[in-house]
Design a protein around this ligand. Structure first.
Ligand code: NAD
Ligand code: DAU
Length: 349
């Protein structure tokens, strides 16, 4: 099997690539990534000598490039993770989200459709999406696969649009697609613009911890390696045309999560209990900030027998441990030094 994974140098993509390359030595795994600010090949340094892994630098919005890539390789499967993924950036620059998330996805759909037009037996286009497409919940209830779409940020609107295109290609052209919508991920290698690595970085350096509004918004957190396992399960066993929700059954208000993190950091950094909490600073709320996300993943659990493996406290402890042990990774990312890695590693080859 030749599998194209897009966005493999990012957070979830790198965990997915690692799982596939190590678990399926008989597959050829191609990682297509344009290395935006969020793409970091150092995330995959351990795989560079693997013979079943190839990195391709390229942009999913570049139509001729994508067409040529598909002509060159006959892919059997596509796992599409490449995206602009940060809500705050989407509020600043919505158009980049339309280009990457909508147009980039449609380029890939067109290329797959052309490649598999005559024979799509055993082929699969797997689109990775987010729970944010369902909008915002009140204090009660869960998102199921039947929940109506109600995206409320430019990011979630662009992901919702890409989901609709993927389903449209299934219905119109019989493209063999499968989709999943996942809740908030946490774990190693996440870019420190997102809440958890940002807090870890700021606490470590005794900088203020910016909590939006009153910190009352709720997210459902899932360990990233559990998401990668779900992607493996759905790619291999999900039914064509279907959508699966993935979540951690693990809801936290932002303020409780930040306080939990402060406690872990105090302990690990041998600081007096309560030291890090003093850094909490309430700042202006995110525009249109969704109140609560919570996923009902019973379809995936009952039909495909996946379930989260880690308790949150254990996962967060591991996550903090990783960032503290990999200070160099965090320093290079925050200083921008990681961006020279590709030139050093690849252009001289
Ligand atoms: P990320 O921002 O860490 O990584 C995105 C990757 O895509 C980067 O490596 C980047 O270089 C690459 N990329 C961006 N634009 C590209 C382009 N035009 N061409 C090729 N590559 C490009 O994102 P992430 O958090 O790992 O999210 C991956 C996917 O999972 C996204 O589709 C996101 O919507 C979805 N998702 C994320 C979460 C989460 O909590 N992070 C939850 C549910 C779903
Ligand atoms: O739900 C899945 C989504 O989770 C993914 O689709 C997105 O790609 C991913 O970025 C994430 O979106 P969120 O907006 O929920 O994640 P973020 O880490 O940006 O914020 C988590 C919560 O913390 C949110 O309520 C906003 C708040 N926050 C965030 C930052 C960066 C703060 O209070 N302070 C901050 O500095």
């Amino acid at each position: 099997m030749k599998i194209l994974i897009t966005g493999g140098a990012g957070f979830i993509g790198s965990h997915t690539i690692r799982l596939f390359v190590n678990k399926y030595p008989q597959y050829q795994i191609f990682n297509l990534d344009s290395l935006t600010y969020a793409g970091n090949l150092e995330n995959l340094q351990d795989l560079e000598t693997k013979t079943n892994y190839t990195f391709i630098k390229g942009d999913i919005t570049d139509q001729p490039f994508i067409e040529n890539l598909f002509k060159k390789h006959s892919f059997d499967g596509i796992i599409h993770l490449a995206a602009e993924s940060h809500v705050d950036r989407s509020i600043e620059n919505p158009m980049q989200f339309v280009l990457t998330n909508v147009i980039g996805t449609v380029n890939l759909l067109n290329a797959a459709q052309q490649q598999w037009a005559k024979d799509s037996e055993g082929k699969r286009f797997y689109h990775i999406s987010t729970d944010e497409v369902y909008g915002s919940l009140g204090k009660e209830g869960y998102f199921t696969e039947e929940t109506s779409y109600d995206p409320r940020s430019p990011y979630s609107a662009s992901k919702a649009s890409s989901d609709h295109f993927v389903r449209a290609y299934y219905h119109t052209y019989k493209l063999p697609v499968v989709l999943s919508n996942c809740s908030n991920n946490y774990g190693s290698h996440q870019f420190p613009e997102k809440l958890i690595p940002l807090c870890i970085h700021n606490i470590k350096n005794s900088h203020p911890i910016p909590v939006y509004g009153k910190g009352e918004n709720i997210r459902d957190w899932l360990w990233v390696e559990d998401h990668a396992r779900a992607i493996d399960t759905i790619f291999h066993n999900g039914k064509i045309g279907e959508t699966y929700n993935i979540g951690g059954q693990n809801e936290w208000t932002n303020i409780d999560l930040v306080k939990l993190l402060c406690g872990i950091m105090d302990r690990k950094l041998h600081r007096k209990s309560g030291t890090s909490e003093k850094l909490i600073t309430f700042v202006t709320d995110r525009k249109g900030h969704d109140l609560r996300y919570a996923i009902d993943s019973s379809k995936l659990q009952n039909e495909l027998h996946w379930k989260p493996s880690l308790q949150f406290e254990e996962g967060l402890e591991k996550t903090v441990g990783w960032y503290l042990e990999n200070e160099d990774w965090l320093n290079k990312v925050t200083s921008g030094e990681y961006r020279t890695y590709y030139e050093k590693q690849y252009t001289t080859r």
